[in-house]
Design a protein around this ligand. Structure first.
Ligand SMILES: [Zn+2]
Ligand SMILES: [Zn+2]
Length: 372
């Protein structure tokens, strides 16, 4: 095996990624070296690349990329199975959470791995600190001892796997957490990758109506093929008031049981809260870069809204995501969520392309993928 692997190193917003050859880690008896096969450019990677938070970059260079998958390149000598005790061999495809809970804190001992405050994002520790194979935009990734890993079912096509550990797992966990009931009406704000997955998952959970809102027709068309019962085109319904009125109209004047925000713009939350029925639920996922909201303090109280924020997920979600994709692969064209692929060497071009796609009304990209 090669002693070194290529990685795209990021040194801060406004600077191009640089391809570097970095030494591979020594594989511990309980560790696994993964050869990355596909890594997504996620909305949150674009937030960092553009510096949406506005904070100065005062960190060591990092290997970005958290939404990715690969095959087992080298098993530590004690590893013979995945986290569900199924045999695991070199060459097998694996899916895994991109963050590692500490297993040793107030939250972890309660099984709340998603909220462990000490959970690490190894890809963000910087390439000055060993091991270097610690991100998706890299040929190799090191699954440290104790990491969860799940063998990918043979029937899944390669291009449906990369978004499993971020986009799909995130909406699945969120919808599980707020509990969509059989017969519910669900509104999805945003038809990017997360919105498309949320649409299919909500339908699969038994929602009788799934209303998807977006400004791009091609995305709304994909949403319809993935289970949306109605769509709201933002170029036809131009203002928040018009869109809220449209949702009310589609729900018999009541509003939705569950509204899901996967836009990543603070104003969407303000708008979405007005679409929730009295005593309904609002699931906030996209607004991770911290835009500000200005609203009456009693808005949530008067509407008796259960407002839930989620970030990350529990490990079993990866397995249920894989099972969901396998079970629905002939029902929903979810592998279309991955739309364009680039080699790792073209990472700068790929980011520019993903950025342009996000803004262009004629675009078709849901998620741009790098093949390391
Ligand atoms: Zn992501
Ligand atoms: Zn912990």
């Amino acid at each position: 095996m090669a002693e070194k692997g290529k990685a795209a190193v990021f040194s801060g917003p406004g600077k191009p990624f640089e391809i570097q050859e970095l030494p591979l880690p020594e594989v511990a008896p309980d560790g696994i070296l993964v050869k990355n096969t596909a890594a997504v450019i996620c909305g949150s990677d674009l937030h960092v690349w553009r510096n949406d938070s506005g904070r100065p970059w005062d960190r060591d260079p990092v290997i970005m990329g958290h939404e990715f998958t690969g095959v087992v390149a080298k098993l530590g000598r004690n590893v013979t199975a995945d986290s569900l005790r199924r045999p695991l061999r070199e060459g097998d495809r694996v899916a895994f959470p991109f963050f590692f809970p500490c297993h040793n804190c107030y939250w972890c001992v309660r099984g709340e791995h998603h909220s462990c405050p000490y959970r690490s994002r190894p890809n963000f520790q910087g390439v000055v600190k060993y091991p270097f194979a610690d991100g998706g935009y890299s040929e190799y990734f090191y699954l440290q001892p104790g990491a969860y890993k799940f063998k990918v079912p043979d029937e899944l096509p390669d291009n449906s796997i990369p978004p499993v550990n971020c986009a799909l797992a995130q909406v699945l966990f969120g919808l599980e957490k707020v509990r969509v009931h059989f017969g519910d009406t669900v509104v999805i704000q945003g038809a990017g990758g997360l919105g498309i997955y949320a649409t299919a998952v909500a339908r699969d959970m038994g929602a009788s109506q799934v209303i998807v809102i977006d400004g791009q027709l091609n995305r709304l068309e994909l949403a319809t093929r993935c289970g949306a019962t109605s769509t709201v085109d933002m170029s036809a319904y131009k203002t928040p008031e018009e869109r809220v009125a449209r949702v009310k109209e589609l729900t018999g004047g009541i509003g939705a049981d569950v509204v899901v925000e996967v836009v990543g713009v603070a104003a969407a939350t303000l708008e979405g809260l007005d679409m929730v029925r009295i005593n309904g639920k609002y699931l906030d996922i996209g607004n991770i870069s911290g835009g500000r909201l200005d609203m009456p303090a009693n808005k949530v109280i008067s509407g008796q809204i259960q407002w839930t924020g989620v970030a990350h997920y529990n490990p079993w979600i990866i397995e249920s995501a894989l099972q969901f994709l396998a079970r629905t692969k002939d029902t929903y064209p979810l592998s279309n969520v991955v739309s364009d692929t680039f080699p790792l060497e073209k990472i700068n071009e790929a980011f520019e392309f993903a950025e342009w796609q996000g803004k262009s009304s004629g675009s078709r990209a849901q998620r741009v993928v790098l093949n390391p």
